[in-house]
Design a protein around this ligand. Structure first.
Ligand SMILES: *Cc1c(COP(=O)(O)O)cnc(C)c1O
Length: 226
């Protein structure tokens, strides 16, 4: 990816996001996170140079490497991958802007305990398995509101900011849409409890996710393609 392709890729995404969000409301703001997990620090820098500021990784070590290599740039880093317990301290030390992928009460409480010990706080989202896919992480939709409230009640060092989902991995658009709608309904119930972000939508389905109410999308392959 060079400057020309970076410009084209970002412009394409922004144009399509604008189209999708304006169908909801001009006040519906959508934040774009560039997922750089298959890309190099050099490519992140190319996108930074054409205006992208927020990036995300799905492995703690990769987040550390890129954040260090690019530390002179004013980037914000998100973590979107499955968090293993033995990597929690490493992740905390990187002070990411937002961790999208807290997928159980147990993990939230473990993270809270380690944050307490370091006297730090961390912003997180609760991941919901709205596609009901065994290969996906996340709490089940039926218990999501309850678990969210339990995290609020028991984890003072977590700043719980909303929910995240990965759309159903199928070709049938109706099924993908249903999975997004399930997450949006839960998000709406959590807004009175401080939820701000509904993180859903990736390269293949972000316009649909926005149509269903997403306000944060995680774009990898489309943004970093050659
Ligand atoms: C890789 C990844 C993305 C981006 O996927 P693309 O299809 O490449 O846009 C978004 N969210 C999560 C959790 C990911 O792991």
């Amino acid at each position: 990816m060079n400057k020309i392709t970076a410009t084209r890729n970002l412009n394409d995404v922004i144009t399509r996001v604008e189209g999708a969000r304006l169908k909801i409301s001009e006040h519906h703001i959508v934040k774009i996170i560039g997922i750089s997990k298959y890309s190099t620090s050099k490519e992140v820098e190319e996108l930074y140079n054409v205006g992208q500021r927020a990036f995300g990784e799905n492995k703690v070590q990769d987040l550390k490497t890129k954040a260090e290599e690019l530390e002179e740039l004013p980037l914000e880093w998100h973590f979107v991958g499955t968090l293993q317990k033995n990597k929690i301290n490493n992740l905390i030390d990187l002070s990411p802007t937002l961790v999208h992928s807290i997928d159980s009460l147990e993990l939230a409480q473990e993270l809270n305990k380690k944050l307490e010990a370091k006297n730090k706080k961390l912003s997180i989202l609760l991941q919901i398995n709205s596609a009901y896919e065994e290969t996906k992480s996340g709490v089940m939709p039926e218990v999501a509101v309850e678990i969210y409230k339990q995290i609020l009640d028991t984890c003072p060092n977590l700043r719980l900011k909303g929910v995240m989902s990965i759309g159903a991995h199928v070709n049938d658009e109706k099924i993908i849409k249903d999975s997004f709608k399930t997450t949006k309904k839960i998000y709406d119930k959590l807004v009175p409890f401080g939820a701000k972000y509904c993180s859903m939508g990736m390269s293949s389905d972000y316009e649909l996710a926005i149509a269903c109410g997403s306000n944060m999308i995680r774009i990898g392959s489309t943004l970093f393609k050659d």
